[in-house]
Ligand binder design. Structure first.
Ligand SMILES: [Zn+2]
Length: 300
């Protein structure tokens, strides 16, 4: 952000301001809304919408040349998403971007498929879907290894792979002009990690978040969050997530170093009071602890 301000200051002093760089205030305090087990669509400005189904989220951008959609979740949610997009625009969906290979985020792809629609995903999504085909998930038409840029109707979405962290195909979607990133599963604001942390590599998770933090963005849309949480968040949520994983790992390691080796005992004795107010603290912290115990005990 500091760099952006310096650039803006420089451009202003040269009389070269660009409207694309003008900061927009996105609604970071407004809940995404709707019923707990329903769906909702929130316009956050600049033609960008956040779609929520239960605790799952994606975003889509309406451009003059069509719609860029992301994570089709499951057939039921994707059908609702398509209907909501149709209420907003008569432009066709042109791109559907997969965040990663997990079926709970991309399992409704078939509902958005059609003439002129291209699916995009990391090359490991194609590999994993090739090994484990699913009839509701079209294979990506466009794949990439490190980065890929989607451009449509004057809008840009950059896709970036940070290596393994949650599976081996997760990409961060970046709207560079808007300074927004869309991050799925590896950042969920003010909630402890998901249950037993399935397919999460704790050390790679921390490394990836540090690398993401070092990039340029002001806002974050996340792939999970209930109706009472905002549709879009400030950048700090990435750092808060990384610190939680680091604190969790340090607390379990320290208890193990002090002689507690039983995962059952670790679950009962390790506490992280700093995060008591986070969602799922009581229910999922013990599961998080067992996952970290396995990481230190088994190297996995
Ligand atoms: Zn996942």
């Amino acid at each position: 952000m500091k760099r952006l301000l310096q650039i803006l200051t420089l451009l202003c002093s040269l009389g070269l301001t660009q409207t694309a760089l003008a900061a927009t205030d996105y609604p970071v305090d407004a809940p995404v809304g709707g019923e707990s087990f329903g769906h909702s669509v929130t316009s956050i400005g600049d033609g960008i919408y956040v779609f929520r189904w239960w605790v799952y989220r994606n975003f889509f951008i309406v451009t003059d040349d069509g719609v860029i959609a992301t994570d089709p979740m499951n057939p039921k949610a994707a059908k609702l998403l398509k209907a909501e997009i149709t209420k907003i625009t008569d432009k066709p969906i042109r791109y559907v971007i997969y965040s990663h290979n997990h079926h709970d985020h991309i399992g409704g792809g078939v509902m958005l498929d059609g003439e002129g629609v291209e699916f995009i995903g990391h090359e490991n999504v194609a590999k994993e879907l090739g090994d484990h085909p699913n009839p509701t998930i079209p294979l990506p038409d466009i794949t990439f290894a490190d980065t890929y840029t989607v451009e449509l109707g004057g809008r840009t979405v950059e896709l970036e792979y940070f290596g393994p962290n949650h599976g081996e195909s997760l990409v961060v979607m970046r709207l560079p002009e808007e300074q927004i990133i869309f991050v799925v599963d590896i950042v969920t604001p003010r909630r402890v990690a998901f249950r037993m942390m399935p397919d999460f590599w704790p050390d790679e998770w921390v490394r990836s978040l540090k690398e993401i933090e070092a990039t340029d963005y002001d806002y974050v849309i996340t792939g999970h969050g209930p109706e009472f949480e905002p549709a879009i968040e400030l950048a700090a949520v990435v750092t808060e997530q990384r610190e939680y994983i680091e604190d969790l790992m340090a607390a379990v390691k320290s208890a193990m170093d002090a002689g507690t080796h039983s995962p059952d005992e670790l679950q009962q004795t390790v506490k992280l009071p700093k995060y008591e107010h986070w969602r799922a603290y009581d229910a999922w912290l013990p599961m998080n602890i067992e996952r970290i115990w396995a990481y230190y005990h088994m190297g996995w």
